[in-house]
Design a protein around this ligand. Structure first.
Ligand code: HEM
Length: 147
């Protein structure tokens, strides 16, 4: 390997460059995690008005938009990991699982609201906690220098 190629490879793989790339992943996933955390706040507000659909309705809409934000940033973070950090299977596979769980969570939420399947709340709420745990785990995992 020529000296210049060696220098380029060393620079691209340096811990500083690697860590900067993971920072971008962590920021995108961190924003998604914040949106997931806020879902609990919006839910707390509309559940306070349980039974009064007009008062609760707009906060359920905020909750629905929050799900969109969480999903959008999860997709961006996972796409970034797939594109720039393909070697870090833990990050993009974790991101794909995160996306699937948010989609399932949103589907269950829609069933609770649109099909009045209130019993699904017993899955929707604990699943939200599992999603929150994954949302915290992903940036922590990204901070580990495994490649
Ligand atoms: C990952 C986090 C969460 C996501 C992505 C999510 C997503 C959704 C979505 C998309 C809906 C349907 C809204 C609509 O159709 O307009 C919904 C409904 C609902 N969510 Fe969540 N949610 C999350 C967390 C939570 C949490 C933490 C709670 C409670 C502590 C909660 C309680 C509910 C309830 C009770 C409904 C039904 C509202 C109603 O019609 O009365 N959600 N959720």
């Amino acid at each position: 390997m020529s000296r210049s190629t060696e220098q380029t490879t060393t620079r691209a793989d340096s811990p500083a460059v690697s860590s900067a790339r993971n920072t971008a992943f962590s920021v995108l996933m961190g924003i998604s995690a914040l949106a997931v955390l806020l879902q609990g706040l919006w839910a707390g507000i509309f559940l306070e008005h349980d039974g009064q659909r007009d008062a609760a309705g707009s906060w359920i809409d905020v909750h629905a938009r929050g799900a969109d934000v969480a999903l959008a940033f999860a997709v961006l973070g996972t796409a970034y990991a797939l594109w720039k950090r393909r070697a870090r299977k833990d990050l993009w596979i974790g991101g794909l699982v995160f996306i699937v769980l948010i989609v399932v969570e949103s589907y269950l939420g829609g069933q609770i609201r649109d099909a009045s399947k209130d019993t699904l709340t017993a899955i929707h709420v604990p699943l939200a906690m599992a999603i929150m745990a994954l949302a915290v785990w992903l940036p922590m995992r990204a901070a580990r220098r495994t490649s």
